[in-house]
Ligand binder design. Sequence first.
Ligand SMILES: [Zn+2]
Length: 269
Amino acid sequence: MGYVKFLGTAGARFVVARQLRFSAGTWIELGGTRLLLDPGPGTLLRLRKSRPPLDPTKLDAILLSHKHLDHSTDVNIVVEAMADGGYKRRGTLLAPSDALEGDDPVVLRYVRPFLERIETWRPGDEHGVDRVRIRPVPHLHGAVETYGLVLDSAEGRLGFVTDCRFTADLAGNYAGCQLLVLNVVMKDWKPDIDHLSLPQAGEVIAAVRPNLAVLTHFGTTMLRGNPRKLAQGLSEKVGVEVIAAADGLTVSGEAWSDRARPRAGEAPQ
Ligand SMILES: [Zn+2]
C-alpha cells in the first residue's frame, strides 16, 4: 500500500526562518516507487530523523515544483545522497527549466553527473518514473516557473496543488484526484497574492471532490488559527474530508482509495 509522508509543513518565509514547522519535503511511495517532492531546508536531516528513518539511496526521483528556497534548498545534498554520496549514477530529477538554466539555477552543475536522468517539466507532457506517470500543471506563482503535479499509478490519482495564485481553471487540472494535497499559506483571502488562501483552497476542493484533501505549507495566519480546526471547518463546509498535515504525518493509501469511501450517490456495501 502506498503512502505520503509530510516531512515538513512550513510555508512562508517567517515560518521557515524560525522553523515553527519543519521545511522538509514530502515523501511519496506508490507501488514501490519512491519520490521526494520539494526538498526544502532540513530535508536530509528530517529523512534520517524520521521514524522509521527514510533512506535517500532508495529514492527513484526528486520532484521540484519550483526553485524558491523553501522548496529547493536541500536539492543538491539529496541528489548526492540519492546517488550514494555521488559514487553511483542513479535517480531522476524532474525540475523547472529555470532551476537548471538561466541566471540563478539552484541545481549545481557539480551534482548533475550523479543523476541518471534530468528532465525539465513540459506542460502537456507526461513524465514517467517506473510505473508512476507524472503530469505537470503550470501554476502562476511570482516570477519563477512553477508546477503543480498529478501522479497516476495503480494506487490511484494524487494531486499536489503546490504554490500558486488562485485561477478559475486551477481545479479543472486536478479532476479525478482521489487525494488532493494543497499548499495553503494564508487563512484569509487577500487580493493579488501568489498563494492560496483557505477559502480558495475550499473552492478547489469543492470542485475536485477528492476522497481526501490534505492542507499543508502553512504561514503564520494558518498556524495561529489552528490548522486542525480550520481543516475541520472547511470539511463541514464543502462536504469532503479535509485534514491538516503536521510534521511527520503519514497518510496511507487506504485513506484515499475509492473502496474506503463510497462516492456520493453510491450505497455503502
Ligand atoms: Zn514559492
